[in-house]
Design a protein. Structure first.
Length: 437
């Protein structure tokens, strides 16, 4: 039995509750976005953004408040979860020689509770995901390590003008790198826009559209949101809906920034800029050039060009409205989606006070093992008692023979251990029968 079983049980309950809530939230947001199509793009983006995070809050509330609204799925409790561990501990104390083979060699998996298996699987998947994220981050740092500060007055002037027009608190730092083929915006405290080496070839309108697009990302803190979503996917890689929702949300984010850029420049300038950047990717002569934007995907490029030429307005919700949507989403999820809880099966007087509980009608799978253990303890106890009685007979040699004295001490200790095991077996057998009655 694990010393940290209550903590393990709580974490396992939260993990399974998060899996249920995230599936409901992500699935509902994705289906709503697909059903809306090109309509209500602002609402779609907000729903998809919050669906990535709302399950964290709702699952914590559900576990902390024991699902006061949606109820709970009850899973086997701590008594059933630790029964196997205590049985195998008694088996190891008694020794395999006195037990049947099927009792002396328990299954490896039966030594673990379902809570421990859930945590082990989730921990292993999360570790693999974090290794993947660290690898991506390291590669990005290597790509951006060779960037140089922008020195072109035209580029710097347009960047400062666009940042002021869009209400950015501070003008972003602008750099240029020969190792990227599409622009990238990053940094929350110190925002920066890194441009590809050929950005200076763009005309004034196309350059303004490119910089307005990246400034729109910084103004909405999109780099932080996207990096956080990448962390979420790395920690919970088993939630495959995260991948689908992240891709659809990222597509809407790019369309939103294109719409803002079209207002700052012109729709034609945005489309021209996208086509120019896509043209830079066609030769693919330099293996060190990395494409970090959607212009590298033909299907996404076509969608963005068509949306830019249509000139459809796509403004993000105000922060207060966005937070309101997130709060309503969390409350609705807490009410609709049930939690997962470990059932408790108190025995004795406390059980009557606690009210009805969900119990299993099937017999304990360890009942036969417990009976065999009890029989083995009884046999060994009788043999040791007889042997100890023989050693205590006055032969005159016992007091002088140190080996016999040591043997008598060992027998006494073994008898004491057997008595303790008998008491534990009786208590465990009674508790097991009560839990499976």
């Amino acid at each position: 039995m694990s010393t940290f079983l209550p903590e393990i049980t709580t974490v396992a309950d939260w993990l399974l509750t998060f899996a249920l809530h995230s599936t409901v939230a992500l699935g509902a947001a994705w289906l709503a976005s697909v059903a809306l199509g090109r309509r209500a793009l602002t609402l779609q983006e907000t729903l998809l953004r919050w669906s990535l995070w709302v399950a964290l809050a709702s699952s914590l509330l559900s576990v902390a408040l024991q699902s006061p609204f949606g109820g709970s799925f009850l899973l086997p409790g701590t008594a059933a979860a630790t029964e196997a561990g205590e049985v195998h501990e008694l088996v190891s104390l008694l020794g395999a020689s006195a037990l049947p083979a099927e009792v002396a060699t328990p299954s490896l998996w039966s030594r673990w509770s379902w809570q421990e298996l859930v945590l082990a699987g989730a921990g292993l998947a999360g570790a693999i995901g974090l290794v993947w994220l660290a690898t991506v981050h390291r590669r990005l740092r290597v790509v951006l390590a060779a960037r140089q500060p922008e020195t072109d007055p035209r580029v710097l002037g347009v960047a400062a003008e666009v940042a002021t027009s869009l209400g950015l608190q501070q003008s972003p730092h602008v750099s240029r790198s020969a190792r990227i083929a599409t622009p990238i915006a990053f940094g929350l405290v110190r925002p920066e826009i890194c441009l590809p080496l050929r950005a200076g070839e763009l005309g004034d309108a196309s350059l303004r559209a490119m910089l307005a697009h990246e400034v729109a990302h910084l103004r909405a803190a999109d780099p932080a949101w996207m990096w956080g979503a990448a962390w979420l996917q790395a920690m919970f890689p088993w939630q495959l809906l995260l991948v689908a929702v992240r891709r659809r949300w990222a597509r809407l984010v790019e369309l939103r920034c294109d719409s803002i850029a079209a207002n700052e420049a012109t729709p034609t300038a945005v489309a021209r800029c996208l086509l120019d950047v896509a043209g830079w990717l066609q030769p693919r002569s330099a293996p060190t050039i990395v494409a970090l934007g959607m212009a590298a995907r033909p299907s996404a490029l076509r969608e963005r060009v068509e949306a830019a030429l249509r000139g459809e307005p796509f403004r993000p919700l105000r922060r207060r409205a966005s937070l309101s949507v997130g709060g309503v989403f969390c409350a609705a999820l807490s009410i609709v989606a049930p939690g997962v809880a470990t059932e408790s099966a108190p025995v004795g007087v406390d059980a009557v006070a606690a009210g009805p509980t969900v119990t299993s009608q099937s017999p304990s799978p360890h009942a036969a093992t417990l009976v065999a253990l009890a029989a083995a303890v009884q046999i060994e106890h009788a043999e040791l008692v007889a042997e100890a009685a023989g050693l205590r007979q006055p032969t005159g040699l016992v007091a002088q023979d140190s080996e016999l004295a040591t043997l008598q001490v060992a027998i006494d200790r073994r008898l004491q251990l057997l008595q303790e095991m008998r008491a534990r077996l009786e208590a465990l057998l009674a508790r097991t029968e009560a839990n499976h009655r």
